[in-house]
Every structure is written in structure tokens, then in C-alpha cells.
Design a protein around this ligand. Sequence first.
Ligand code: UD1
Length: 371
Amino acid sequence: MGEQQNEIKVLNIVGARPNFMKIAPIHRLMEASQRFDPILVHTGQHYDEKMSRIFFEDLGLPQPDIYLGVGSGSHAQQTGAIMIELEKIMLETKPELVLVVGDVNSTMAAALVTSKLHILLAHVEAGLRSFDRAMPEEINRIVTDSLTDFLFITEASGRENLLNEGVANDKIFFVGNVMIDSLLSHLNKAKASDVTQRLSMDHQPYALLTLHRPSNVDNREVFNDILCALEKIEKNIPIIFPIHPRSRKMLENFQFISRIEKMSQCKLIDPLGYLDFLQLMANAKFILTDSGGIQEETTVLNIPCLTLRKNTERPVTVEQGTNILVGMDPHKIVAESENILAGRAKTGRIPPLWDGHAAQRIIEILESHYN
Ligand code: UD1
């Protein structure tokens, strides 16, 4: 009676670029709450200034409390290194709960260590499935979800997928999308970005391109097909291409850099920070991408999105949003781009609970478990 409740010690784990905007609203609310003692752990899977540090700044995230510095490597090397380091941290800090987001190698490595140490595990963005096991992220999703105690889903398909895999319904919570929490809370700040001026693209229509999936950029023929499509599209509209380090390396390996240089309207630039990229997305005529998160962000911004993949683990963006799966066939990519330029862009609506309050729902569910 009157005894104050102990703070719940939580390790919030991040590793790669798409994790940072997902953890930010959760970590912030936990820090503000009396009930949680959150510790931010960065595995160092992404380590470049432009892949990591700038996001902490843009999102107002504090410096990580613990940085593991594991860096790049093969999947086994990277996953193994993260597991070895995280096990030490968990044994030292003794958290009551570990929270992971998304589907990167850091997510799965953390899930394995957590469950082997019998610590409760929460997964934010659970249940998404592309049904394509050639995608490293699909393996990460399946393994992580099979070990998770609190599965926080972003869309209805998540529950269906998890139930089909035998997950108990009472472990699944439909909370909405924390990535959209970050988007909505940073949109005004992003509007102040001068990125279009810096690129000499102010008040001009442009298409925005991102590409990094191994199935697209590590394969010479596929990458070549995509470049053929870009060569046609850039005749009609300038393309801004902030390039992921993996894709730049592959462009160089395949000696494709000169192809890009010959496209006078294609601007190849370094990866951008969160606010600059958000501003570019919000003002783009359309987006070409193979990213997961951008399919969701464009749906909320009501910007047409052509996804250069054969499948998506985020079907709600196609069913309700602005997303179209165009695959890697150059004819289809060009045809859909021309459709948009001719004024026939797909419009959409915002999926349920993508309202900026997902992190709040997560915190409340976790709190009620400990009360
Ligand atoms: C990872 C995620 C992917 C996510 C993407 C976003 C996995 C399996 N994949 O892919 O789901 O969409 O992040 O970016 O976890 N590199 C650098 N600097 C960095 C990071 C990477 O130069 O800061 C280069 C290295 O050459 C590295 C390569 O990029 O080998 C790939 O990095 P890695 O973390 O293995 O996977 P991503 O392709 O970034």
C-alpha cells in the first residue's frame, strides 16, 4: 500500500536505418512515463553518419545508452556478432522486457537472445509476411514472431498471418503504425527543409527513387532492367536518387555508374536524413522504391508509389493506399509512370489506426500487463 511500483526496465533495440523512426515515439513516451526505465541499445548494424547518426538528430532521439558497433558482414557474421554482444548486455542490465521493431538482422538477433534468457519480448510491426523466403527480412519476421510475447500489428493482415502460424490470439494487439507516428509528428519540421533548393529542384516536378533490396541491386540483369526503365522515365521527369551504400557499391561493381551519369535528369545523391527525405517524399510527383516503409509513408502522404517488387508484406498499402506493385519489368515500370504523368495516378485512403497514436497504445498495453 502506498508502495511505489518499480520501474519496468526495458531494452529498446535498434540497428538499421528503418528502425530509428519506429523506436523514436516509443522511447520518447517511455522516457516521459514514471512506469518505464528505457535503455536505448544500438547494435551498430548501420554505422555511417548518413545511415544512422543523422536520424538520431532529426528524430530528437537521445544518444544510444549502449552502442555495440557490430558493423557489416555476412548474415551469419552480423547476426552472430549482435547475439554475442547483446547477451552480455542483457546479463548485465537484467531487463524485464526487450522491445524490437521491424525486420532487420538486429531484430531477429535480439529476439533470439531475449527468449533464450527467458526475458519477455515485444515486437513492433509483427505479422507482416511477403511469403517470399528469399527475402532475408521474411526469415527475420518469422523467427522473431515465433518467439515474441507481445505482437503489435500495423494492419489486419498481420493477425491473419500470425493466427495461421499458430500464434495465440491474445498475444496479438492491433495498435496502428509507429512509423506513421513519427511521420505525422515531423511533417511540419520537414517542411522547413531546404533540400529542394539544395538540389536546384524548387517548384519543379520530380520523381523520387530508392533502391537497395539485394534481389534488385545484387543481380546484374535485374539492376540493368531497372536502369533501362529509368532511362525512359528521366526523359519525361527528373529523378532524384538518394543511393544506399549497398546499391552504390553494386553500381560500381557492375560498371553501371556511367549509365547513370549519361542520364542528364537523374540526380544521384548521398543518402538523406529523415527530415530532408520526408520533405522530398511529400512533394514528389511519384515515388519508385523497393523499400518496405516507404510504401506506408507514401500511402499516408497520398503520393503515388510504384513498388519495384513482386510482392509486398504490407498489402494494406495496395488495397487501401497509393501503392502499386510494378515488379522489375521495365515496360510495366515505364507504363505506370506514364499513367501518373498523364494524370491517372492511383489515390487512396489512410488505413485504420495510422493516426499518430500507435506508440501510446503500445505503452498502455505494456503498462497494463505489469499492473
Ligand atoms: C538493411 C536491412 C533491410 C533494410 C535496410 C535499410 C537486413 C537483413 N536488412 O539492409 O531490411 O531495408 O537495412 O537500409 O537487416 N553499409 C554501409 N554503411 C552502413 C550500412 C551498410 O556502407 O552504415 C553497406 C555495407 O557495404 C553493407 C551493406 O551496406 O555490407 C549492407 O548493409 P546491411 O546492414 O547488411 O543490409 P542493408 O542492405 O542495409
